[in-house]
Design a protein around this ligand. Structure first.
Ligand SMILES: Nc1ncnc2c1ncn2[C@@H]1O[C@H](COP(=O)(O)OP(=O)(O)OP(=O)(O)O)[C@@H](O)[C@H]1O
Length: 446
């Protein structure tokens, strides 16, 4: 029996066991690569996909492959491969529908009507998160709970959360709350101040869907974490949907209580990776079409190869070009794009001061500058210290000894070691990559 036949049989078996939505999301992008001894090696588009599939459907996959081979013990193992990534691309829908600026009344919910699924361009980096959000929007409280979306700056977290909210608000009467962590924190502070805690609890523990953006800002806010913990439990136990977004993986969130962090991992964690060049081109095409901006092909190529890691920047450059063209009555050309966007794109090469890098890193990891420069070796200090050293090397022209001097007189070999450690972690862990991108963005923004 060929491997393809075994896989077709296995898929047929799986189709009979899971809802269509689950099948489409989780089984169409994967394939049976090979069987060695009694291990079925399943190709998956990315690490998280494999981990989730293994946790939730590993036994079903074993059973299906075993049944397809006519019995016998089968264990499954996952490998990330190109074929799956391509299958995922193929399944990705590049939406061309017009932006619906006005949608139905949302019963006073603070949702942005511009952010809907139809105008979210799907590509390899966000297909997983998009599919998870769609599944939750179709079946709140049933599909994945909580849904935790994480990704770097400007990659679409807010867009997706709002899209879920808009989808649900248009189709159901469910009570939805969408707010940022900052808003939630302010509500907690005011409730304490005006003795209105019971009102706050009533407000958030009796809804059907709670969506909180930028949950990483709970870090260090003990009272808000406490309140959020009980809200989370009340909603979760009542099978109400919870959706959270963050710029990092739960495990990498400092100053968040363990009991909360572990809850973030109970449901599905989906990551948003920076868009590949095809997705960047698709986003530019779609947005220029929606905005009625004529963008020549060479300008699309220029923007999509220059602005790589942040979709907000891509959008911003388009809007700026559109405004310039309409104000001056000129057509957009490559030359014009280079001139008009000089400062935006020039920023990428801006030389920054090491002090600024240290400040941003200290704020991010809640450490003091003298601790960062000290010789103390606790894990909470070594991690941000190494990141700051790495960023100094990346974003400035300083030599290793010079960087060492800015870190309390460290030897250049310490800096080399730190840079290697961070570079290694960055290659191995997408969350680290996201953290570095976010920090760079903040530093360059100044
Ligand atoms: N895949 C996409 N298709 C179309 N537009 C997108 C996509 N991803 C992001 N955008 C747009 O990019 C902009 C930034 O996205 P968004 O605000 O959702 O990012 P974010 O991840 O929440 O960023 P931050 O970390 O700063 O909060 C928005 O205008 C959004 O509509």
């Amino acid at each position: 029996m060929s491997i393809d036949t075994v896989w077709q049989e296995a898929l047929h078996f799986i189709q009979g066991k899971v809802p269509k939505q689950v099948y489409d999301t989780w089984f169409t992008p994967v394939h049976l690569d090979r069987i060695e001894d009694s291990t079925a090696h399943i190709g998956v588009p990315n690490k998280f996909f494999g981990e989730w599939l293994g946790t939730h459907y590993g036994p079903l996959l074993s059973e299906a492959v075993s049944a397809a081979r006519g019995g016998g013990e089968v264990t499954v193992s996952f490998l990330v491969d190109q074929k799956s990534a391509k299958a995922q691309d193929h399944a990705a829908v590049v939406s061309v529908a017009k932006t619906v600026a006005q949608t139905k009344s949302r019963r006073g919910i603070q949702l942005n009507p511009k952010y809907i699924f139809k105008n979210f361009v799907v590509g390899a980096g966000n297909q997983f998160a998009h599919a998870a959000c769609m599944a939750v929007a179709e079946q709140p409280g049933k599909a994945y709970n909580p849904l935790f979306i994480y990704g770097g700056v400007g990659l679409g977290k807010t867009h997706l959360l709002n899209a879920i909210g808009n989808h649900v608000a248009e189709r159901t009467d469910l009570r939805i709350a969408y707010l940022t962590t900052e808003q939630f924190t302010n509500e907690v502070i005011n409730s304490i101040r005006y003795d209105k805690m019971m009102d706050l609890r009533k407000r958030y523990r009796h809804i059907d869907m709670l969506m909180i953006d930028d949950i990483q800002f709970l870090a260090g806010k003990e009272r808000t974490q406490e309140e959020f913990f009980h809200t989370f439990n009340a909603l979760y136990e009542g099978h109400k949907q919870i959706v959270l977004s963050s710029d990092r993986f739960p495990k990498d969130m400092p100053d968040i209580e363990e009991r909360l962090r572990s809850r973030f991992e109970w449901g599905l964690i989906a990551d948003l990776q920076p868009p590949d060049v095809e997705t960047r081109i698709a986003i530019l095409r779609k947005k220029s079409e929606d905005e009625g901006i004529q963008l020549p092909e060479d300008v699309i190529q220029y923007l999509s190869t220059t602005l790589k890691s942040n979709i907000r920047e891509l959008e911003g450059s388009l809007v700026r070009l559109g405004a310039f063209a309409s104000l001056t009555g000129q057509k957009i050309t490559l030359e014009m794009a280079k001139t008009v966007l000089r400062d935006l794109i020039g920023d990428k090469k801006k030389i920054v001061a090491m002090e600024d890098i240290q400040d941003v890193v200290c704020t991010q990891f809640h450490v003091k500058i003298n601790e960062l420069k000290s010789r103390r070796r606790s894990k909470t200090l070594v991690h941000p210290r190494q990141i700051a050293m790495y960023l100094c090397r990346e974003l400035t022209d300083a030599s290793y000894p010079e960087i060492g001097r800015h870190f309390g007189g460290k030897d250049h070999t310490t800096i080399i070691h730190a840079c290697r450690q961070v570079a290694k972690a960055k290659d191995a862990d997408p969350a680290m990559q996201t953290t570095l991108e976010k920090l760079k963005e903040q530093i360059l923004r100044g």
